[in-house]
Design a protein around this ligand. Sequence first.
Ligand code: F6P
Length: 323
Amino acid sequence: MKNIGVLTSGGDGPGMNAAIRAVVRTAAYHGIDVYGIRRGYQGMIEGDIYKMQTTDVSNTIQRGGTILKTARSKEFMTAAGMQKAYEQLKKHGIEALVLIGGDGTFRGAVEFFKHYTIPAIGVPGTIDKDLAGTDFTIGFDTAVNTAVQAIDKIRDTAEAHDRLFIIEVMGRDAGYIALHSGLASGAEDILIPEMKTNMDEVLQRIDNDEHRKKTVHILVVAEGDDFGGAKEVYDAVTKRFPNKDVRSTVLGHIQRGGSPTCADRILASRLGHAAVEALCDGKTQVMAGIVNGELVYTPFEQCVKENGVISRDMAEMIRVLAV
Ligand code: F6P
């Protein structure tokens, strides 16, 4: 194996650059050339591919975003798109791939490998942490820390005004950011897509707080909660408590940017390195992950099917600790 390709796909996450750096440098150590594929699968289709030098990744470990850029490619999900992508890989002499991304990236990979054969290793890069086969994904720790810092600031003003705040965090299908940021910021309640929301119970808890003379109530809602996001929850709360001082905030893409935390840099470095080592060992169509501190490789299909396991105990604990 002389040439490998690397791409980042789907939503970016802080730490992706550290993963690219680890891929480029580990490959150089083994005497393998790395081709950077810009804008994920879309760049693969369009042949937006360049030979990377080890210096291309200098001074990137601390930077958010991705130097390879990223995209969500609809065309890649078509037979014609996949064929074009495969032809570009052949044209550039790319013999294996490192795919850095989340759920959509590995679903795309599963489809592609039904039709084309090329060794590939995945690296979990998504702030959502919605993949099985790894305890943490690259970007999650930074995103949660960003959310916690924002919620802490909101709590200051909520305390000053005795207000109820509804704070929407990211997580289209997954509640991990809400769960972890809610627990770490001392939220009174969280709403996540993995647990059906009973709005009557949520409103009852707000009422109970009022009777206990608890003047601040922070409610963290994942954008993908079955009841809705901040807007829907705000409407329900203000309808039931018309005299209550309520505000809502959507944290949005602030959670996707910024310098990666130490934990994300280490995770990304370990997994980028592991991906190249796995290709050298002849592994394919598996994602590198860390489970209980140990490096493990899990087939792409399993990573996307099982979607991690949300801790209901943690969700319950948030309510207990808010009493
Ligand atoms: O997949 C990561 C994520 O940030 C989700 O939490 C969010 O729903 C989505 O991406 C937003 O995507 P976009 O940046 O394309 O609007």
